[in-house]
Design a protein around this ligand. Structure first.
Ligand code: AMP
Length: 396
C-alpha cells in the first residue's frame, strides 16, 4: 500500500511517500517558501536529487507540483495518483476531542477549524494542506495524526493548571503536550528493546523545539510542553518554563504589548536569548569552545533543566526503566547527553561515556553502562513512519 505523509506548515509542505507495510520511503521532499518565492526539493532513493525554484502561491499549487513530480516518468516513482491509497496528515493540535488518529471526515475538519484559536500558527496551514490534498487525491483515505493525542490519557491532575477552573471550562486552557508522535514512536521502540510492554520510559525529544515525556505501559502520563509548546525545557528561541509573572513584569517595565512579550519569549529567548549568538546548538557549541561564556551558560541551563524534569518524572513514576534521547540535539550532541546523565547514579542512570562519544549517528544505540539499573538509549525519531503506520491501520 502506498501512503503519502504530508506535513503542512505555514509556508512549507513536507512529504514522504511510503511503501507499507515495508516502511520503505519511495520519495520525499519539501516545498519551501510557499506564497513567497517557492523552492522544491525532491528525493527518491537511487535517483538524482531534484531541487528547483517553483511557483506555488498556495498549498494547493504545492501539492499539485508534488503529485506531478511523484508521477513524472523520470523523477517519479508511481504511474498515477490513484496508486496512493491513503494520505496521512500531521496536525500539531487535535484539541480535547481528537484523542487518537482518525479518518478525516467533515465532522473532524469542522472540529479542527473550531480550535484554530488554540493553535493559530499550525492549525490553518495544516487544514489548507489537507483540503488541497483531498481535492487532488479524492479517492484516497485521508487520516489525521495529532501531536496532542498521545497525551489524551493523562490524568486530570496532570493536565489541569492550578488557575481558576473556569478558565479551563471557558477557554480550554490546560496542558495538551506536543511532539506526541515522536515520543510515541521512540517510547515504543524503547519498550521493544527492553522487551517490556509496561515499561516506565522517559523520552527526551531535544531539537529546535524540545519536550520530555513520561510514559508508563505505552501511555503518556506527563509531558513538559503545556497549553502551547512554550512550556518545559529551554529551546532554540523559546524560554521554556519560567516564572509566569516575568511576562506581565516585562510588559510593564518595557511598556510593551502582550504580542511583543510573546515574541520575546517565543523568538528571542532560549539558547538564542542566553547566548546572544544563535539558536542553533551546533553553533553554540562552537562559540562555547571558542570561549564564549554565555554560549557555555546557555548549554548548562539546558542540561540543568532537562535533568530537573527527568528527576521529577522518576518521582512521578516511582522509577524508570529507560531514558531515551532523540531529535537533532538528543541524537547528535554527545556532550549534552553526558552532562544530563552525569551524577544520576542515585536514580540508576549511568552511561558508558566512551561509547556515548563514539556510538554511530543515525542508529539506535544503547549507551548505558554495563549493569546500570536504567537503560539509556539514543533512538532516531521517525514521526513520518508513525503517521504512515497509523494511516495504514485506519485504511485496511
Ligand atoms: P531538529 O529540530 O530535531 O531538527 O533539531 C535541530 C537542532 O539539532 C539544532 O539546534 C541543531 O543545531 C541540532 N543539531 C543537529 N546536529 C547536531 C550536532 N551534530 N551536534 C549538536 N547539535 C546538533
Amino acid at each position: 500500500m502506498k501512503i503519502l505523509v504530508v506535513n503542512a506548515g505555514s509556508s512549507s509542505l513536507k512529504y514522504q511517500l511510503f511503501d507499507m507495510p515495508t516502511g520503505n520511503v519511495l520519495a520525499k521532499g519539501n516545498c519551501e517558501r510557499i506564497g513567497i518565492d517557492g523552492l522544491i526539493t525532491h528525493k527518491c532513493p537511487g535517483k538524482e536529487d531534484y531541487k528547483t525554484n517553483a511557483d506555488f502561491p498556495d498549498h494547493r499549487a504545492a501539492i499539485a507540483l508534488v503529485l506531478q513530480l511523484l508521477t513524472d516518468k523520470e523523477k517519479g516513482v508511481i504511474e498515477g495518483v490513484s496508486e496512493i491509497e491513503a494520505v496521512g496528515h500531521r496536525f500539531a493540535h487535535g484539541g480535547e476531542k481528537l484523542r487518537a488518529s482518525a479518518v478525516l471526515g467533515a465532522d473532524e475538519i469542522k472540529y479542527l477549524e473550531s480550535i484554530v484559536g488554540l493553535n493559530p500558527l499550525h492549525g490553518p496551514p495544516a487544514i489548507s494542506g489537507f483540503k488541497a490534498c483531498k481535492e487532488a487525491i479524492p479517492n484516497a483515505n485521508h487520516v489525521g495524526v495529532f501531536d496532542t493525542s498521545y497525551y489524551s490519557d493523562m490524568e486530570e491532575y496532570a493536565y489541569i493548571y492550578p488557575i481558576p477552573y473556569e478558565l479551563y471550562e471557558e477557554y480550554k486552557i490546560r496542558r495538551y503536550g506536543f511532539h506526541g508522535t515522536s515520543h510515541r514512536f521512540v517510547a515504543g521502540e524503547a519498550a521493544k528493546l527492553l522487551k517490556k510492554a509496561d515499561a516506565k520510559i522517559i523520552t527526551c525529544h531535544l531539537g529546535n523545539g524540545s519536550s520530555i515525556t513520561a510514559t508508563v505501559n505505552g501511555k503518556a502520563i506527563d509531558t513538559s510542553m503545556g497549553f502551547t509548546p512554550q512550556d518545559g525545557v529551554p529551546m532554540g528561541t523559546r524560554s521554556g518554563a519560567i516564572d509566569p509573572t516575568v511576562v506581565t513584569y516585562i510588559q510593564k517595565v518595557k511598556g510593551i504589548s502582550a504580542e511583543e512579550a510573546d515574541k520575546i519569549l517565543n523568538k528571542e529567548s532560549g539558547l538564542l536569548g542566553v547566548s546572544g549568538v544563535t539558536s542553533d546548538c551546533r553553533d553554540i557549541r562552537e562559540a562555547a569552545a571558542n570561549g564564549n561564556k554565555r554560549a557555555k551558560l546557555a548549554m548548562k541551563i539546558l542540561a540543568h533543566n532537562i535533568k530537573k524534569i527527568i528527576g521529577s518524572y522518576v518521582a512521578e513514576m516511582n522509577g524508570v526503566d529507560a531514558l531515551v534521547f532523540t531529535a537533532g540535539i538528543g541524537e547528535n550532541d554527545r556532550e549534552l547527553r553526558q552532562e544530563v546523565c552525569k551524577d544520576m547514579s542515585f536514580l540508576g542512570i549511568e552511561i558508558d561515556e566512551a561509547y556515548n562519544q563514539s556510538c554511530p549517528r543515525g542508529e539506535v544505540a544503547d549507551i548505558s553502562q554495563k549493569g546500570a539499573k536504567v537503560k539509556t538509549f539514543v533512538i532516531p525519531t521517525n514521526e513520518e513512519y508513525m503517521i504512515a503506520l497509523d494511516t495504514q491501520n485506519l485504511t485496511k
